[in-house]
Design a protein around this ligand. Structure first.
Ligand SMILES: Cc1ncc(COP(=O)(O)O)c(C=O)c1O
Length: 422
């Protein structure tokens, strides 16, 4: 979604559009723009696609305060993976009863916080973690709600670095762990409340059938635990829905079609299930609703390559370096009256992997002009680093505005140095 040219100028949005060029004229430093309306409408569409589903936004995708507050206000829960994220979620309006805590390496301090706050559910990822939770619950005189994260051993058909539900991954617990988990529960009665099972098989899934497969493989275990007397109430299907990074986005965005298909798939896979269905989407809710804009500093022509050197890079958008991810890169002012060139678009970071796009054909761009990195709303700013000590980009949030209004832009900006501010 999101990007199109109006009179040669790149605009961003879905129903309302903001001119990236207008912001860029005032800002020479890199910035992100987010379309909060687009995020909201994805959340509502997800809820409509499977009535009764209980979305828990995976805040690792983007934890800007404004985005978290918006999701909390819109009635979403939140999926967190650290004590820092628990504190951040509580600070931005989520209640403890809306928080699910995932992750393979939960420390004592993090668990103390989760147990003390009595959050909705702790997703347990190993027998040793269960033992730690039980010991802490006894000491704290609490009975936390836990769900077992099952590793269903399915091929999510995504990049190996974001596959999580295959037997060789560190995440979740395969069936072979079940007898040990049972034995631990039996020898520690009334210490934890086993309330459900949870799955998350990977991220950026283009094909949702592996999720269906995983659900169908895991549901029998849910019913077994129920039969054994556990008050099983929740089945958490994780996140993982992908967005079409490679494609020119159409209006309305393909995200809606995927959410619709997802709802139908869940209805089939969970037929007859009467408990609460939770999900933990991150990318699909925010990914295509964000764009990163940088300014061209220099063009460096060598006998071998043409480098377009910009003031943003892997310190602001790590995905290309981390997963060889592809993001469309577009000039903020269309220069289609110029010659086409092939560029490697690179940042200022002292690493050869600081490449945002390789061998991209663009109309000639000059220093001082701007480029936009599309679909940067997820795993962009939240993975940004202080490496080389560049500033974090400014973030603008676009909501309920019309580009064609005469009003001066009242985009709200927040400079969120999130990690260091917590
Ligand atoms: C446990 C868990 N849930 C949810 C998500 C969100 O995934 P996505 O952004 O692909 O929806 C992740 C991402 O890695 C995760 O690890």
């Amino acid at each position: 979604m999101g990007l199109k040219y109006q009179d040669g100028s790149l605009v961003f949005g879905e129903t309302n559009f903001v001119s990236l060029e207008k912001i860029a004229q005032k800002k020479s430093d890199p910035f992100y723009v987010y379309d909060l309306d687009g995020m909201k409408s994805r959340l509502h569409y997800l809820k409509k696609s499977f009535p009764g589903i209980s979305p828990h936004y995976a805040m690792k995708a983007n934890s800007a305060d404004r985005i978290l507050k918006m999701f909390a206000q819109e009635g979403s829960g939140v999926d967190v993976v650290s004590g820092g994220e628990i504190r951040h979620a509580l600070k931005t309006g989520f209640k403890a009863k809306d928080i699910i805590f995932s992750g393979v390496g939960k420390s004592r301090t993090e668990l103390e916080l989760a147990i003390g706050e009595e959050i909705k559910q702790i997703n347990v990822e190993s027998p040793q973690e269960l033992l730690r939770i039980i010991a802490m619950s006894k000491a704290m005189n609490k009975k936390p709600k836990v769900a077992f994260r099952i590793n269903p051993d399915v091929d999510a058909k995504t990049h190996p670095y974001i596959t999580t539900g295959f037997r060789e991954n560190k995440f979740g617990m395969g069936e072979h762990f079940v007898p040990e988990l049972r034995a631990i529960l039996t020898s520690n009665p009334n210490t934890v409340d086993l309330c459900g099972l949870t799955l998350h098989i990977g991220s950026q899934l283009q094909d949702i059938l592996p999720i269906k497969d995983a659900i169908q493989k895991t549901l029998p275990l849910f019913y077994q635990f129920k039969q054994e007397g556990h008050q099983m109430r929740t089945f958490d299907v994780g996140g993982g829905l992908g967005i079409p990074y490679n494609e020119e986005h159409t209006f309305p965005s393909k995200d809606y079609a995927l959410l619709n298909g997802y709802g139908k798939m869940l209805q089939e896979a969970l037929q007859g299930f009467t408990g609460e269905v939770l999900c933990e989407p991150g990318r699909i809710l925010v990914g295509s609703c964000g764009v990163l804009v940088g300014e061209v500093q220099y063009i460096k022509e060598t006998p071998f390559r043409s480098f377009l050197i910009v003031n943003t890079g892997i310190h602001h958008m790590m995905r290309p370096a981390l997963y060889q991810a592809y993001h469309r890169i577009l000039p903020v002012r269309s220069n289609d009256n110029r010659e086409q060139r092939i560029y490697d678009i690179v940042g200022p970071i002292c690493e050869s992997s600081d490449v945002l796009g390789r061998e991209r054909t663009l109309y000639e761009i000059k220093p001082g002009e701007h480029i936009a990195i599309a679909d940067s709303g997820a795993y962009g700013y939240s993975m940004a680093s202080y490496y080389n000590e560049h500033d974090f980009p400014e973030q603008f949030f676009w909501e309920n505005q019309h580009l064609d209004s005469d009003k001066p832009m009242d985009l709200k900006s927040e400079k969120e140095f999130q990690v260091r501010n917590l």
